[in-house]
Design a protein around this ligand. Sequence first.
Ligand code: PEP
Length: 250
Amino acid sequence: MARKLIVGNWKMNGSLAMNAELLEGIKAGLAGVDCDLAVCVPFPYLAQCQHALEGTGIALGAEDVSAHAVGAYTGQVSTRMLLDFDCKYAIVGHSERREYCNESDELVANKVQRALAGGLTPIVCVGESLKEKDAGLTEAVVSRQINTVLSVLEEREVCDIVVAYEPVWAIGTGKTPTPEMVKDVHALMRELMIRKNPDAAERVRILYGGSMKPSNAEEFLKMRDIDGGLIGGAALKASDFLKIAYLASK
Ligand code: PEP
């Protein structure tokens, strides 16, 4: 994969003042960044961030999207609404939504399908819990999650997704798997996608997420099959986010 992708997931953080400062800091350090960058922000701040990112080349994304096109779904946000704010990406199936909002593999797959149909690039999150890892189920869990998504996609659509492998036990904990472990899981996922569409070998970016920070990013980003990062905590500090972007630009 030629160009890496670094995506910030702000989660439920931010304020008008904090976002303005963070994005000003990122914009001020873009010289020397030679990778694709995006920030996925809370819905209320899409308009602010769209405006702040205009002309920067940094893409905007949401942290979730509805599986429905339009209608009586109180509190949900549609693909078409996100496109009104020039969103390119929507994170789908983040483990925090799977856990706290009971999102099933099937719902995640429906969201991916809806996002693609509407012209967004879904960033599909998968990953095993600590219990599943300890039981030796990492490959089985990740395969099930990816295969459920693949089962609803047309062959041509496979190349239009981004995948993020995020072991649940690594998110926000400071713990990380070894880069070799991540590389192996990424290779497995790529193989599953290639079975459906051989072009996925070159065209699908698979990101690693889970406590990635400036001090450990390089060891992940230099691995084959790791095409970038989905960054939580370190995306809230401009200098940390930029350092990861510089490492992804090497
Ligand atoms: C995330 O929430 O997607 C994430 C990777 O978080 P953190 O970097 O804080 O572990």
